[in-house]
Structure formats: structure tokens, C-alpha cells
Design a protein around this ligand. Structure first.
Ligand code: ADP
Ligand code: MG
Length: 364
């Protein structure tokens, strides 16, 4: 779905700084010492499992919730402290998972709503409203559907209308809380690409909450990985995927296999719990960083038996069971599979190509 450049409104937006943000609900800690800089014009994803504090953080940015008082707690928009500013003063646009469109209003009136409810002195003329709404409907590619009602739209179309409605008030920051969460996979995929293109065009500082790692990796400039009320890592999609700061990040951002081992000298690690004394190590390997041989080639490898081979898909997926009784998932390109076309019950030797080792006593 291409986005038209002609109709794209130019906006100014704001950078966001969060310092020492804590939030407790009764005795429950929903956010612990959150520090975060979101750059002007950036599309930042807040990624984490359900309950990790994403929505709470988004609501604090919006001014719908306030952080606990603390000596160094602060929220700044473009360097200006706005800790207690009300939502309306913060000029943020909000899109939620459940399209909160007005059912009795047409698409046009839904988008126009934020402009019509302005105090008379600030309200644009009828012509200006018409122009603005038309421009936004072009931006979301629904210009032909201005007179439809929400019930006559698909889920994906409704979320685009919700986005246009949020943009109508020319917010300086756009906050999106799982906006595609209620849609099916195919529609989500189309919409997230569309959102990325839209962002490239309007460059408004945006914070997208999602629990879908693929969505975050595909759409965001940077990703904040959250876990149990804390930030685990902030980085570009490439950084969090290839240089995860913790076992949690590694596990959350894609499939991993976990092996146990022991540290020998320095960074040297031996596989297997029974290895010589030394610090316990967790060795994480993504399925595409494992290799399979049908014979023992003398290199460090784990003996296993093939349980299942799945060839439908971009990569061949092979599930094996090691002699130690652990299930390991291997992925390889079809060309590579054709060189060693293993089948169920074959004995194979699994070697590790690119591993991440964590020595601390992390739990995932
Ligand atoms: P996420 O969006 O990552 O799923 P939330 O920020 O919604 O997580 O919630 C984080 C935790 O804080 C959850 O355990 C939730 O139950 C709790 N929580 C959120 N809002 C409130 C509230 N108003 N009162 C009590 N607990 C809350
Ligand atoms: Mg949430």
C-alpha cells in the first residue's frame, strides 16, 4: 500500500525524555526506574510480554497517568519539563487496540471530530475542516469512503480511520497502543508496512506498543525491550536481535535453543553440564545458527536423532532430540538441506556456529 507524498502534511514534533520513572499501583510495581530518550521524529517500539508495563509507560507519556513522586523523576518534551501537564496540553494523538470510532458518525465526521470540538475561537472554518479531513483521508487512502459508517469498514480500514482521527489535531507526538492487535496476521502485516511508510512521510515522533517482536523489528527505528516493569535493552532492531543484552532479550526476539555449559578459560566454554569445574554458562543459539552433519566430522558437535522435518516454508525446519534428551530446533535454507536431506530417526551431529553465552545467573 503506497502512501501518497502529495498530501502528506509536514509537522513539527518533539523529542521525549523520561528520567527515573517509577509507577506503583498499591503495592504493585508497574514501572521501575525507567530512563529513556526518544528522539524527535523517531518511531520507537515498546516491546515486551503482557504485563511488562508498556501501556503504563505510554499513558505516562500521554499524561493519562502520573509517575510516582521522586527526587529525580522527570518527563521532558523537547527539553522542557512537563511532569504535570494535562493530556490536552501535551498535544499527543492516541490510537488504541479497539477502534474507538463513533459508530453513529461517518468516516468523515469521525476524522473531523477533534477539530469540531475545539473552542469556537480555535475552531477552523467549515472549509478548512473539509480540506484537512480530505487531506487526511488521502493520506490513509480512504478518500472514497468518507460517507461510510464504521460498521461498513473492515478492521484494518477502521484502524486507519482511528489514525487519521488522531492526526487531525496535529499532535506533536503519536502514541499507538497495540493498534493492530485485534486484526488477523495478514492484515497486520500489510498495515505495519503501511505505518512505516506513513511515518517516513510525516516524521512525527511515535511510540508504538506491541508484544509482537516481528512487528517491532520490521517497523521501528529503535526498540525498547521491557520485562517485568524494567527496560532490558534499548537499541536498533539490528542491535537487539544480533547483540541481545540479556537471555530475556535473546529469547523474546526470536526462537532460540538453550544449551548448558561451563566456562573453561576466559571466554572459552565447554558444552555439557558435566564439563570441568567452572562458572555455569547458558549458551543460546538461534535455529539458523546451527548446522547438521550426518557423520561425526571430528568438530565439536552434539549427537541427536531427527524427530521431525518441515519443508513447507522459506526455511527447512528440523527438530532433533539430543542424546541428553533435549529438543533442539535447526533451520536451514532449502539448498543446504538438499545436500543433507535427513529424515525422521536419522542420527545427526549438530554443531553451533554463532552462539551467545551468558554467565550470570539469569533466568529466562
Ligand atoms: P502491558 O501494557 O505491558 O501489558 P500494563 O502497563 O498494562 O502492561 O500493566 C503492567 C502491570 O500493571 C500489570 O500487571 C497490570 O495489571 C498493572 N496495572 C496497570 N494499570 C493498573 C491500575 N490502574 N491499577 C492496578 N494495576 C494496574
Ligand atoms: Mg498494554
Amino acid at each position: 500500500m503506497p502512501v501518497r507524498s502529495k498530501s502528506a502534511p509536514r509537522r513539527t514534533s518533539l523529542g521525549i525524555e523520561l528520567r527515573s520513572i517509577n509507577k506503583t499501583f498499591g503495592t504493585y510495581s508497574a514501572l521501575r526506574d525507567v530512563n529513556l530518550d526518544i528522539k524527535d521524529g523517531e518511531l520507537m517500539a515498546l516491546l515486551g510480554p503482557s504485563g511488562s508495563g508498556k501501556t503504563t509507560l505510554l499513558r505516562i507519556i500521554a499524561g493519562l497517568e502520573f509517575p510516582d513522586a521522586g527526587p529525580s523523576a522527570a518527563i521532558l518534551f523537547n527539553g522542557e519539563q512537563i511532569d504535570f501537564a494535562k493530556p490536552a496540553q501535551r498535544q499527543v494523538g492516541f490510537v488504541f487496540q479497539h477502534y474507538a470510532l463513533f459508530r453513529t458518525m461517518s468516516v468523515f465526521e469521525n476524522v473531523a471530530f477533534g477539530l469540531r470540538v475545539r473552542p469556537k475561537k480555535l475552531r477552523p472554518s467549515e472549509n478548512a475542516i473539509r480540506e484537512k479531513v480530505t487531506e487526511l483521508l488521502q493520506l490513509i487512502q480512504l478518500e472514497g469512503l468518507a460517507n461510510r459508517y464504521p460498521s461498513q469498514l473492515s478492521g484494518g480500514q477502521r484502524q486507519r480511520v482511528a489514525l487519521a482521527r488522531a492526526l487531525a489535531i496535529e499532535p506533536k507526538i503519536l502514541l499507538l497502543d497495540e493498534p493492530f492487535g485485534a486484526l488477523d496476521a495478514k492484515v497486520r502485516q500489510g498495515l505495519r508496512r503501511w505505518l512505516r511508510k506513513l511515518h517516513d512521510e510525516i516524521h512525527i515522533t511515535s511510540v508504538l506498543v506491541t508484544h509482537d517482536q516481528e512487528e517491532a523489528l520490521e517497523v521501528a527505528d529503535r526498540i525498547v525491550v521491557m520485562n517485568q516493569a524494567r527496560i532490558e535493552q534499548v537499541g536498533t532492531p539490528d542491535e537487539v536481535f544480533h547483540k541481545p543484552a540479556s537471555p530475556f532479550v535473546m529469547d523474546f526476539l526470536g526462537n532460540v535453543n538453550l544449551f548448558h555449559g561451563r566456562r573453561l578459560q576466559g571466554e572459552q566454554v565447554a558444552l555439557g553440564k558435566s564439563a570441568e569445574d567452572g562458572q555455569a554458562a547458558k549458551i543460546f543459539v538461534r535455529p539458523h545458527d546451527l548446522d547438521l552433519d550426518v557423520e561425526d566430522k571430528g568438530k565439536p558437535a552434539i549427537r541427536a536423532a531427527v524427530q521431525r522435518v518441515q519443508t513447507a516454508g522459506a526455511l527447512v525446519k528440523i527438530e532433533v532430540l539430543t542424546d541428553a534428551g533435549e529438543t533442539v530446533n535447526v533451520e536451514m535454507p532449502h539448498e543446504r538441506f538438499r545436500l543433507t536431506p535427513v529424515k525422521k530417526d536419522d542420527v545427526v551431529f549438530v554443531s553451533l556456529r554463532d552462539v551467545r553465552v551468558f554467565f550470570e545467573d539469569y533466568s529466562i
